[in-house]
Design a binder for this molecule. Sequence first.
Ligand code: FE
Length: 151
Amino acid sequence: MAIWQRNRDAVREEKKDSETATLTTDEEWRQTLTAEQYYVCRMKGTEPPFSGKYNSNKADGAYLCVACGSELFSSDTKFDSGTGWPSFWAPVEKERVAMETDDSYGMRRVEVLCGGCGSHLGHVFDDGPRPTGLRFCINSLALDFKEKPRE
Ligand code: FE
């Protein structure tokens, strides 16, 4: 998983001059997110499995960060993991997400955060399908889906 290991501070440093790095106060997050979105994105909460609106979404399109609108995942890399959470084998670009070690709940996991705004998205595991072997297990509540217009 080494090539995907990214430090949130490194992402912030790279994105220092871009608009996506705009720091938002906790008060602003509380105003712009719903209570459920705030719980997942800012309190690192997890939605119950099979509860999210994108778990079984098979439409073509882009998945954006619900907090800042950054494009994070594509339907092209979405797969049915059977876990009850939307699962992807890669982000649209590795710079779009940040990773941090998460030792909560007595487990060592790798947390996935939005590279733009630092919101919690979910976790990444190394039991995903080819070509990356990764499984980005993401909360629907942290995502906003934009369906691709039909041509
Ligand atoms: Fe974001």
